[in-house]
Design a protein around this ligand. Structure first.
Ligand SMILES: *Cc1c(COP(=O)(O)O)cnc(C)c1O
Length: 469
């Protein structure tokens, strides 16, 4: 039984004292099967941990993910210094806590929140926690209004499109809200107002529309949905709020298309989430939920605690956490400003457009995103390509280090496969050209030799594909 580092045969060659360790001994410590009974030198532990990750993907080439993989040294320094300050302790770290509110206020104004409103929101661990908080606020508000009116409040539902990210399905299941998911169809991968009349009713807590969806990068038809809900209210007297899932679009639309109304300029938009760690340019672990006004966040969701000293309100799903990502977001806003984010996003979008043009030029690929807002290229192979599929291409370019997501679309567009490239700002033109060359070469190879990949089987309980995010 390997309960310590000793019994392994190689352990015999290891020095008896850490001081005698050679530079290569550090790689040779065997890893115990059970909880280690003794420790080892810091160098050896460090080497083991690092070596475990050697064959993992290179995050810089992982273009299946939206998550930031580059920050400046100054941001890293802030990240390191912030990581030991518990963000749940505003009494001890009041000025760290203040940076969250500054960011909330800035995002509220970036997303055109009404000037006379009281900005309210929170830093979260990613958009997932932010979406849960948005959904909960709408559920609580809906229930309160129903109870006040003496109506049944036992069957809340939420309406959204089949293109939603998995977090909304989690929210619906974890918090017992009936899913009303408008299916996609081949050729249309976004939520529009077309079928809303079959899904929306007086028990709808909110309609969730996406700015920068996971599958094709497109926006739902936010304005059309908004106007449809206005007309619905006129007809029925039932007023339904909208939540915008701006995980990606929240940090792109304001910079690349400031006149486009996807945000609080639409009165029905009561809450917006975004991922600080996607196009917000912060390392993984940060999201934002911003409410149109303080009163949208139901007071019954707020708890007051006094056990860290002082009395502090808390209304997030997590409690203790590092302050690192929030401070880096504050840094990024100051460092870049609108001008900096605009320039960065414009470059990324130009690179996406370059890839899109290059890869569709010879007729092998069709583009899936009709509009190009966030820098994502979603491709599907043309029907004339029969010897290989999107999964084959993803596998083939992996030999060159690239990670590109290949997946089948959610219901009812499952027969369509997609190859998706998330163009993040750290990619320069040279790298993007190399990627295009590598994809073209992979296709030539596969045309000659044929592919054999089959789309992975989907888990029954979900019956929907989950694009990585
Ligand atoms: C990424 C993503 C999420 C989930 O966000 P995390 O920040 O990964 O928790 C939700 N919705 C959309 C549209 C996304 O792209």
């Amino acid at each position: 039984m390997a309960t310590s580092v000793k019994p392994h045969s190689e352990a015999a060659h290891l020095p008896h004292s850490p001081e005698k360790e050679t530079p290569f001994d550090q790689f040779n410590y065997p890893i115990p099967k059970e909880f280690p009974s003794e420790g080892m030198s810091a160098r050896a532990a460090h080497a083991i941990v690092q070596s475990e990750c050697w064959t993992d993907a290179n995050p810089m080439l992982n273009l299946s993910s939206f998550v930031t993989t580059f920050t400046e040294p100054e941001a890293r320094e802030i990240f390191a210094s912030g990581s030991f300050r518990n963000f749940a302790d505003p009494d001890m770290y009041p000025h760290t806590k203040d940076t969250e509110f500054v960011c909330v206020r800035w995002l509220h104004s970036l997303w055109n929140g009404p000037k006379d409103a009281e900005p309210y929101g929170a830093a979260t661990i990613g958009s997932s926690e932010a979406c849960m908080l948005g959904g909960l606020a709408h559920k609580w508000n809906w229930r309160e209004a129903r109870q006040k009116a003496g109506k049944d409040a036992s069957r809340p539902n939420m309406v959204t499109g089949g293109n939603v990210q998995i977090v909304w399905k989690k929210f619906l299941r974890y918090f017992d809200v009936e899913p009303r998911i408008v299916p996609l169809k081949p050729g249309n991968y976004r939520l529009t107002a077309e079928y809303l009349d079959k899904y929306v009713d007086e028990n709808t807590i909110c309609v969730v529309a996406i700015a920068g969806q996971t599958f094709t990068g497109e926006d739902d038809d936010i304005q059309e949905i908004h106007d449809w809900l206005d007309a619905y209210e006129k007809k029925t007297g039932v007023s339904i709020p909208m939540h915008i899932d701006g995980a990606s679009g929240g940090f792109v639309n304001p910079f690349l298309d400031p006149d486009y109304k996807w945000d609080f300029r639409l009165p029905r938009v009561q809450s917006i989430n975004a991922s600080g760690h996607k196009y917000g340019l912060v390392p993984p672990g940060l999201g934002w939920i911003i409410f149109r006004d303080r009163k949208v966040f139901n007071e019954n969701l707020v708890f007051y605690v006094n056990y860290l000293g002082g009395e502090a309100p808390t209304a997030t799903l997590n409690f203790s956490k590092s302050s690192a990502t929030i401070l880096v977001q504050y840094y990024a806003f100051l460092r870049l400003g609108r001008e900096g984010y605009t320039r960065i996003m414009r470059h990324a979008l130009e690179h996406a457009q370059y890839l899109r043009d290059r890869l569709t030029k010879n007729g092998k690929f069709q583009i899936m995103n009709k509009t190009q807002r966030i820098p994502v290229v979603a491709l599907t192979l043309d029907k004339s390509v029969t010897r290989y599929n999107e999964f084959d291409i993803s596998n083939k370019v992996r030999e060159r280090g690239w990670i590109l997501a290949a997946y089948s679309m959610p219901p009812d567009a499952q027969e369509i496969n997609s190859l998706r490239i998330v163009v993040r700002p750290h990619l320069n033109r040279t790298v993007v050209e190399i990627l295009a060359d590598d994809i073209e070469r992979a296709c030539e190879f596969l045309e000659m030799h044929g592919g054999n990949a089959t789309p992975p089987k989907l888990h029954d309980s979900h019956k929907t594909s989950v694009a990585k995010c």
